[in-house]
Design a binder for this molecule. Sequence first.
Ligand SMILES: Cc1ncc(COP(=O)(O)O)c(C=O)c1O
Length: 398
Amino acid sequence: MPIDFAAKKALFHLPEGVVYLDGNSLGPMVKAAPARVDHAVQAEWGEMLIRGWNKAGWMAQPAALGNRVGKLIGAAPGTVVLGDTLSIKVYQALASALEMNPKRRVILSDTGNFPSDLYMAEGLCRTLGGQYRLKTVAPEEAMAAIDDTVAVVMLTEVDYRTGRRHDMREITRRSHEMGAITVWDLAHSAGALPVDLAGAGADFAVGCTYKYLNSGPGGPAFIYVAPRHAEVARPALSGWLGHEAPFAFDLSYRPGQGIERMRVGTPPVLQMAALEAAMDVWDGVDLAEVHAQSLRLQDQFIKGVESRAPMLQLATPRSHLMRGSQVSFRHPEGYAIMQALIHEGVIGDFRAPDILRFGFTPLYIDEDDVARAVSVLARIMDYGTWDKPEFKARAAVT
Ligand SMILES: Cc1ncc(COP(=O)(O)O)c(C=O)c1O
């Protein structure tokens, strides 16, 4: 059955008068979240206290939610687990992948990758005594740079700045052909477009749930390990909840079964409650249909902006095959323009040095929202209302 987008939209809380084009950064709240979190606080934490770990199933949540997220990214049951933040999961996946390819010393990534991924790789290289090297190339050159020196290809499928999408299937195929292991960051993919980790033969994948999957600020990250590696991958962050028998309190570490070993410490139970509420909205949603609708909205936006605000320069590829669910435009005064837009109730965000980012999330954004965003942006550009000191003062979070 086709998705009833209007019915889905009614399940989200969107503040009055706001067009929210920033679900690629922080997804809005589903209406059911406050009651679910309140239940977790009052009835579970409040009444059950420590008994909640067993009685309310808190300990099983990371794997149970992993299976629900897994369905959206082409991962078989038992191959995804939730917890920690995405930066931590990047580190975990990369450390395991490097260890599985011991003769090689190069981590290949691209200059469009999210800085935290690159910083984590740099930090890991230093910890490993400087024998490893992080090599970054332009996104367009990533495929050609995969050679037989590369241990791990670590890429974010959809570029957080430009929205440019890598070809996961082809890059994974080429990596394997050259003897490299892949770590895919799905921060801008999970809930945005169809991902087929199993079909692509991906080795490791990581991602967050607070963007397209609406778990709220600080929501847990996820990690995927291909079943063929699950019993081989050694967790570098060998915390007690990844131990084979956490409550045996052994003095030395034995990795847990399969994906369970990628857990580290106590899971964020209250955040997981918010994610559970969001997953009730996401369960069964066909990502191919979501992405197709997102592309229609993106095209409407691009066409409108290019005709009514031609001083903005499109930074996102025109090809549908190379797009995620965001559209970016460049302008030297991008920060001030975005602040003026937000002031008028159209919320996107800004990424240095000059990118205005807009996320198109069809579960709660429709054609009328896009039309309004285009009109407001055109007006701001026509009248130069962005050119005010208050729009130029940079806040800590952009
Ligand atoms: C592609 C990508 N990787 C990693 C991160 C870092 O995630 P976290 O702050 O949850 O560790 C982000 C955050 O936006 C991201 O977009």
